[in-house]
Design a protein around this ligand. Sequence first.
Ligand code: NAI
Length: 458
Amino acid sequence: MPTTHYDIVILGGGSGGYACALRAAQLGQRVALVEKDKLGGTCLHRGCIPTKALLHSAEVADSARDSARFGVQTTLEGIDLAAVHTYKDGVVGRLYKGLQGLVKAAENITYVEGEGQLAGPTTVVVGEDELVGEHVVLATGSYARTLGIEIGDAVMTSDEALTLEQVPGRAIILGGGVIGVEFASVLRSFGSAVTIVEAMDRLVPAEDPGVSKALERAFRKRKITSRTGARMESVSQQDGVVTLSLEGGESLEADLLLVAVGRGPRTEGLGYEEAGVILERGFVQVDERLRTGVGNVRAVGDIVAGVQLAHRGFAHGIFVAEDIAGLEPEPVRDHLIPKVTYSDPEIASVGLSEEQAREQYGEGVASYEYNLGGNGKSQILGTAGFVKLIRSAEDGPVVGIHMVGARMGEQVGEAQLIVGWEALPEEVASFIHAHPTQNEALGEAHLALAGKPLHAHA
Ligand code: NAI
């Protein structure tokens, strides 16, 4: 078995793995990056990028359909899904090429194509090759959970839904989390009748309850049906029709069922446990420096319990590369990671929810909600929503920001700086926000919390 030695061997070329490889190479480490499928992983090929392209097509469809309200006459003739896929695949293809170019240009990275297995604390085996690393980084990502539901022509996860050939007349989305509401949004814009079935008592249960309420209201207006507190009992398929039976006896029929009930860590059958790595509910157990406790083996991205986001993967990868190089970086803190859900309307948040803030800071926690009704640009776009600020105490810093409304995802950058730098509302209020932008809503919310509201009632 040919053996090659490296400073770092990385198993998995998705967001976490390739970010680690690129940063480590910059820091002069010799890296092997092992990938069995395509460099870029879920985010680039089956997640963030292709789904956001679909959401953009959906937005264009809505603009065409609703243009009369802006005084522009158009008729939406239909959705050419083949052309949507060509556009989407073009975006993915260009980014893929760019990423391959980056990795190729990094002299210290050896890209190894093939399925790797952890064969010990320093060793990854790929076919006949043995890659030995001073450090090993596990970055094998996640897969769509199916709850044992059989995937077929009319029952899909987001993987299959990305290449849908026809817009279904009726679609049921099982799971009202991030993937569920994004796909519900796309399919509705493309013309499907959509029902979301969510086991918890609200859509996007990981967000602030007020955000869920606003999303549910907006979806109702878009004629998307939300069945919350609804538990699935069974699924059956016949002649292209899917029947979803709910606990309590009711059943729903559709032409497509999208299963979006969460993503599981890809940690089985890869030699992890055999090498001594401890798994908990499938996730790799790590300390705050992402060390597994087995030799110099670390883990990054979706296989580490916490928010499963590509930018967390990037941050983990960069952190590990820098830590290995002795730069002593600050560990990645999950609650400071911004989250965006790209449905229409969009959801963006960072920091603590009001409930979490109360748990941490007690009853002195204060909050303020600025309604987008008072924001000029939001009115021009015709969107409803709000910016909600949470501060730790009457005179404390802002510890959470929650936003909902068309395009509000773009506002998460400033929100993140405010929460990350523990800014006081008075400090943010002293900065002038450009008029008329949606960003102004963030400024106005801070003005109000600083006791000097402008376009809001005191
Ligand atoms: P999720 O955890 O966000 O949502 C799954 C939902 O399914 C939950 O609300 C859960 O209560 C519900 N559920 C579970 N079992 C159910 C059942 N039997 N019946 C009805 N409802 C059930 O997971 P999701 O949406 O699959 O996304 C997976 C991951 O991918 C998430 O962690 C998410 O953060 C990430 N992602 C991020 C995106 C973004 O940042 N824009 C886009 C898409 C995914």
